[in-house]
Design a protein around this ligand. Structure first.
Ligand code: PAF
Length: 301
């Protein structure tokens, strides 16, 4: 397949290498204008990708979008004139609420959404090759975001062949909420406390994590999703353990004074809670803490 990774950050670059190794014709569309984009995964010999070539977008069977949630629509707009109607769009990102912003793309392209629990870290350096590490083994779920996307179940096999395990989900909303719950706990807490994910297993966070999970369960139940607070807690602590050494994406954004995905994570939860008139004070508190740190970071620059 002809695949373009739109936004080869940590996760995007990881998938770029895996898809190339599986035999696909993969190129990238990065922020930098350099014609080549070499990526070294886990310190191995760099794999070279063609970058920023209009023809790659025109010929793409799949645009794999791995920019941050708040950058997705702008990233798609930047290549929209080159996109062919049959090209599939696959969005892999943290948080929820992006599908509602896709507008015209939902009418013109088969759209898929994906969520992954793989951990990846990209070294913040402007020199090539880009250094990426696969820091935590996970799994990937994909599903349709529109009617045309429902005819793309074959993508499960394509992606599974490149980077297993990948599963098709008939109801991505359920899968996205499960991931949202994980991100609503791990991301703001690690960013506020500037710690690795594993630190959240310590007793100093038990009460706060419990309260956050109880609040999420209430909102999920109001949305008509089957939720078991005990199961949710087990799952979140499992991710904390599996990615214990990782610095969450929000930790990294705060550390590097970048805009975080808080509006698509806790911000999304707050909107849904408001719709159901459910008070979620613990999430409200961490939301404002992150917003404050984010703003301060930008002012100090
Ligand atoms: O955003 C992240 O960092 C990841 O989604 C996760 C699963 C919290 C692991 O760090």
């Amino acid at each position: 397949m002809n695949i373009v990774i739109l936004g080869p950050g940590a996760i995007g670059a990881l998938w770029a290498v895996k898809l190339r190794q599986a035999g696909h014709r993969v190129s990238v569309w990065a922020r930098q204008a350099d014609r080549e984009y070499p990526v070294s995964l886990d310190g191995l010999l760099p794999v070279n990708f063609q970058n920023h070539t209009d023809e790659d977008i025109r010929q793409a069977d799949l645009i794999f979008v791995t920019v941050k949630s708040w950058q997705i629509v702008a990233a798609l707009d930047s290549v929209s004139k080159l996109l062919q109607p049959e090209t599939m769009l696959l969005l892999m990102h943290n948080g929820m609420g992006v599908t509602e912003e896709l507008g015209i793309y939902l009418e013109t392209h088969p759209c898929l959404i994906a969520t992954t629990s793989h951990g990846a870290l990209k070294q913040e350096s402007r020199t090539f090759p880009v250094q990426v590490s696969h820091t935590g083994k996970g799994e990937t779920w994909i599903g349709a975001a529109n009617q045309a996307g429902q005819h793309c179940t074959f993508m499960t096999d394509v992606l599974n062949h490149a980077f297993a395990p990948v599963y098709w989900h008939h109801n991505m909303t359920q899968a996205q909420w499960q991931k949202l719950a994980v991100n609503c706990v791990i991301n703001p807490l690690t960013a506020i406390n500037q710690c690795v994910n594993g630190q959240l297993a310590s007793s100093e966070f038990t009460r706060q994590i419990s309260a956050l999970i109880t609040e999420i369960s209430r909102v999920m139940n109001a949305e008509g999703l089957t939720t078991d607070t005990g199961q949710l807690k087990k799952r979140i602590y499992q991710v904390i353990e599996n990615t214990g050494e990782n610095y969450s994406s929000m930790y990294q954004d705060i550390f590097r004074r970048r805009t975080t995905e808080i509006d698509y994570i806790t911000g999304y939860l707050l909107k849904v809670a408001e719709k159901h008139q459910i008070a979620i004070p613990e999430h409200e508190k961490v939301y404002h803490q992150i917003k404050h740190i984010e703003m301060k970071g930008k002012q100090d620059e």
